[in-house]
Design a protein around this ligand. Structure first.
Ligand code: ATP
Length: 272
């Protein structure tokens, strides 16, 4: 009888993206993107402007459908926005948009529990209590609950956006530049908070960042995108100095031309 080559446990993939391609007119935003991520893992996506980072997020959350390729979330094919399983995933994905997308006509607590109020899954007093609890998780005082988002600083608005993104205890948290425009101290604070949320709740987190240091030190996996393609991907610890320096230079817009990149591989093959 043939023995299996290895008895090491294989971690099942929670997110499987294969050959994802998305085009707007003549602009190829995504060009054959592959991604594997296990449940509870964190991934930082990094890359220069117009690399396709936000479009990838929007495909994952179901705003855009794939032209080609597939997106499988925990075994469910959600490649198209009208896929049967998409409505189920709406409540399982929390997203922070690049501009926070908070409504100034609503209070902070109404913003945080917007979805629950709209869907009627909580009455207003339950929703307010839930929002106040979440404010505590993101380090904001209860008093901020009744303010308008326009009364808050940029950093506080980011926290409110994150509180809203985690309000339904999502299995997958997508963060589009959670620290954009914030000073380094505040950025570090918010990234630490995201790490804690992921650890405490077992949430799978994908976050776009422009900061190589944050990507390397706060996330388990790293994906570098350029011109709609995956340029380098792998566990963060496997990136060598040469690639790190090249990627950093690329982010600064002073790349010395293309170099051959190889994807990092993990023994269990979940992320490659
Ligand atoms: N709705 C759209 N219609 C047309 N083109 C789009 C649309 N959304 C994105 N694009 C284009 O797709 C490409 C990738 O955009 P994307 O927003 O993903 O870039 P990004 O890597 O997130 O950049 P940035 O860091 O500047 O936000 C860009 O050329 C962009 O202009």
């Amino acid at each position: 009888m043939t023995q299996p080559a290895s008895t090491a446990p294989i971690t099942p993939s929670f997110i499987t993206v294969d050959g994802l391609t998305k085009q707007f007119g003549t602009t190829v935003a995504l060009d054959g993107v592959d991604l594997r991520l296990a449940k509870g893992e964190t991934l930082a996506i990094i890359g220069p402007s117009a690399a396709g980072k936000s479009v990838l997020m929007k495909c994952l959350v179901g705003i855009y459908g794939a032209d080609r390729g597939s997106i499988i979330l925990d075994g469910d094919d959600v490649s198209k926005p009208n896929a049967d399983k998409r409505p189920e995933w709406a409540s399982k994905i929390g997203m922070l948009f690049q501009q926070n997308a908070l409504f100034d006509s609503l209070t902070v607590w109404e913003n945080i529990c917007f979805r629950q109020i709209e869907l009627g899954t909580m009455n207003r007093s339950q929703a307010k209590a839930h929002a106040i609890d979440l404010l505590g998780h993101v380090g904001l005082a209860e008093e901020s609950a009744t303010l308008s988002p326009s009364d808050l600083s940029g950093g506080m608005q980011k926290r409110v956006g994150i509180a809203r993104a985690i309000s339904s205890d999502p299995a997958l948290l997508l963060l589009d530049n959670p620290t954009a425009g914030l000073d380094p101290v505040l950025s570090n604070h918010i990234e630490l908070m995201i790490t804690k949320i992921a650890e405490q709740r077992g949430t799978t987190v994908i976050s776009i960042t422009n900061d190589m240091q944050i990507a390397r030190h706060r996330y388990q996996n790293l994906m570098m995108m350029h011109n709609g393609k995956v340029y380098w991907s792998g566990p963060t610890g496997t990136i060598d100095d040469a690639h790190n320096d090249h990627l950093t230079q690329m982010l600064k817009g002073s790349s010395h031309g293309p170099i051959t990149m190889r994807a990092g591989k993990r023994d269990d093959g979940v992320y490659a």
